[in-house]
Design a protein around this ligand. Sequence first.
Ligand code: COA
Length: 403
Amino acid sequence: MDVEIRTIAPQEFEAYIDALNAGFGGHTRPEDIERERMVAEIDRCIAALDGSEIVGGASAASFTMTVPGGSIRAAGVTGVAVKPTHRRQGINSALMRRQLDDVRANGEPLAILYASEGGIYGRFGYGLGSFHCSMDVGREHTAFVRGYRSSGRTRLLDREDALAAMRPLYDRVRADRPGWIELDPTWFAYRFAETHWGEDRKWFYAVHEGADGLDAYAVYRIEHGKSGDHRNGLAVEEVQASSAQAHADMWRYLFDVDLIERITAWNRPIDDPLLHVLQEPDRLRLRIKDALWVRPVDVPKSLEARRYTTEGRTTIEVRDLFCPWNEGRYLVEGGPDGASCATTDAEPDLVMSVNELGAAYLGGVSFRQLHRAGRVQEERPGGLARADAMFGWDPAPWCPFVF
Ligand SMILES: CC(C)(COP(=O)(O)OP(=O)(O)OC[C@H]1O[C@@H](n2cnc3c(N)ncnc32)[C@H](O)[C@@H]1OP(=O)(O)O)[C@@H](O)C(=O)NCCC(=O)NCCS
């Protein structure tokens, strides 16, 4: 079958969204189209056409993402789907080929995505670079460690006022943690849109104010139990805070809402300070899930965009079957103040594919961990430890916005 791969024309947007939605098993509503229109970059919507029918597609968003000590332009890959009638015929592979070529031509050193299934993207050079976790805790098990004193005040705002108040805080904390994506007001409104692929979403927006003004927010909804029994759940969509005190205060507020049996959250960082605020962290019933997949499209530019925890140098041999322009040996020299990366003929310390480099890139997955999984070779003694001392970063990478 001949399938054409090309970017869509503006008038094809509706059919494009409808095809992607069908690929995910959904039926498109007019509000879905409008929501997607808010942020769509039409020239980054790549469609697969069988005759005049759009049978699949892959989109990208022009993001700026926090990396250790800095930020980088990254293509946020999203909306990847092929209709069930056209699967396993190489269409997604053709879409990924075109997309990564476009990302390279666009000068973005990195591509990032969330995967619906872990088996899809490794073949295209993506490595699993961050994890997040869900929690589900009974309200009676939310006592804090001794010494906690509440402070400040918490208010509920309507959506419009809340978004305006929340975004500056989101921006303030964004620089500190690898994986965060810059969201302008349109993207921020999109992220908290009240409609989402066939689902209506109404949230409560709580903001906390301390001595220096707004220092935390929480977005959540109440899931009502059977009528009349008041055994409700509180489902947290997002909590952000700019200080330890504000973080604890915001969670105390959420844990103390009346008529709630369980508090759940689906996207928390794996190093959430909450683990050390609660007396019984075990009761959070944390469950780890894969999060950001990272794909260096330009190896030297990617490695130069971040900073390194300790001053050092390491030589890495990179294998990259899907984007062979990346293949080679790279000498990375860097530290907390800057880095350089150039090709070299020197013997490598480590040998890996671009997937492992992507996995380690945000500083949350160590080369030793990957080595123990049989995925990184150490060619010179001490090579793993030296590279980990440079690449490892605190805090752990986390992206609160799943795109
Ligand atoms: C995932 C999806 C886009 C793949 O599209 P496709 O056109 O069937 O993929 P291809 O034919 O190009 O497959 C390329 C390879 O990936 C493999 N593959 C495809 N989907 C896979 C999956 N879900 N898990 C594991 N491997 C997968 C194929 O078996 C094939 O392997 P091979 O080269 O060894 O033969 C499609 O199945 C789909 O739309 N799924 C539902 C929506 C979705 O999950 N999208 C991804 C969002 S992140």
